[in-house]
Ligand binder design. Structure first.
Ligand SMILES: [Zn+2]
Length: 369
């Protein structure tokens, strides 16, 4: 008898937000072990050595900080894994951007160790997910590594996150802004979420909360972020962009916004554009496809403007609009393995192309109004 696809809720075990979290590392390490390998980005490795290592030693624990070698490759995963073995580490810690955290997740997976992550930029919701992106030595994409478990703990230090360039913080808001609309579409279509299960009410509710938190806090948060400092609103937004968006998407599912983002990798002009910035344009396209109510569109536009995100294709970096290029974007976005099929109605490549052109004109209109 054919089995029905089950529903799922998956999440990291812990998500902590606060200040001075590097010095509090022992509190999290001792939940899992007594010897940590701390894989750190180049710009923060010295700070880890100054703040985390003495704190570990004071607590009677051991730790070693190792600089991440810039790319999440099989070679780097093996190098760090062997280092962990030699050191006798029983906990892996990652401190850095997306690639560093993906590497820490992969090392922990292959060497069967728990993993604690400290994101240093809030540009995507990737830290919370059970996924790592592996690259080849020449820095081109190799494969997605689907992990059997989400990370054990994510520690969001708002002082570190708010000190990163405002563009990254805004990109994280862009990625999170689409979460509710994609989860809602996936729930209505009873599609598949990020772990290829049916979407759950919990996923949809977290995605809705993510959107509400952004609507209420982004404007205030950006006033602090422009000064590279934190505030209560920044703390709220970080909970939305890193946790609610990650878990909302993983359990709730993606739809047109991320499919269009994936298609946009076909446009060379946009190669320097942030993931979350492209997702914003994908979201506008999805709202056109859904013929969303005007007040919903205007509320989304309000968050985009408050975050200082690019909205039109030229703001995203497009120099010339070439029809054949954007037909290709529509084709890739409609790939049968992508998440366009999670819309609760079927769309053709022509529909998506037309919606992107319309979304751009809509964005130009709202930029002036
Ligand atoms: Zn995303």
């Amino acid at each position: 008898m054919p089995q029905r696809v089950p529903r799922s809720i998956t999440s990291p075990k812990k998500f902590i937000i606060g200040n001075g979290m590097l010095a509090q590392l022992p509190d999290f390490v001792e939940d899992f072990g007594n010897n940590a390998l701390i894989i750190s980005d180049i710009f923060i490795v010295e700070r880890v050595r100054k703040e985390s290592i003495p704190a570990l030693e004071q607590a009677g624990l051991k730790g070693q900080a190792e600089q991440f070698d810039f790319e999440c490759t099989d070679e780097e995963i093996e190098r760090l894994g062997e280092l962990a073995k030699k050191q006798g580490a029983n906990v892996i810690v990652g401190v850095g951007g997306g690639k560093t955290l993906d590497t820490a997740k992969a090392v922990a997976h292959y060497y069967k160790l728990p993993v604690i992550l400290y994101p240093t930029i809030a540009s995507t919701d990737a830290p919370c997910t059970a996924l790592a992106v592996i690259y080849k030595k020449d820095r081109t994409f190799d494969r997605y590594l689907y992990l059997p478990q989400n990370p054990d703990a994510i520690i969001a230090d708002i002082d570190i996150l708010s000190a990163a360039p405002a563009r990254f913080f805004a990109a994280g808001i862009g990625d999170a802004l689409a979460t509710y609309f994609e989860a809602r579409a996936c729930f209505r279509s009873d599609g598949l979420n990020l772990v290829l299960k049916k979407p759950s009410h919990t996923g949809l509710s977290l995605a809705r909360t993510c959107y509400e938190v952004l609507c209420d806090n982004v404007e205030q948060a950006m006033f602090a972020i422009q000064n590279k400092i934190s505030s209560p609103a920044v703390e709220q937004v970080v909970e939305a962009t890193i946790y609610l968006s990650g878990v909302g998407a993983e359990s709730g599912g993606l739809a047109a916004a991320h499919a269009v983002n994936n298609g946009m990798s076909e446009v060379p002009d946009l190669h320097m554009t942030q993931h979350g910035e492209k997702v914003v344009f994908g979201l506008l396209t999805q709202l056109v496809l859904e013929n969303a109510p005007k007040d919903e569109i205007e509320s989304v536009i309000g968050v985009i403007k408050a975050a200082g995100l690019p909205m039109t294709l030229s703001e995203l970096g497009l120099k010339t609009f070439r029809e054949e290029e954007w037909r290709k974007v529509a084709k890739v976005a409609c790939d049968k393995n992508d998440t366009m099929c999670n819309l609760p109605f079927s769309v053709t490549e022509d529909d998506v192309y037309n919606a992107m052109v319309t979304a751009n004109t809509m964005a130009e209109y709202y930029r002036k109004h």
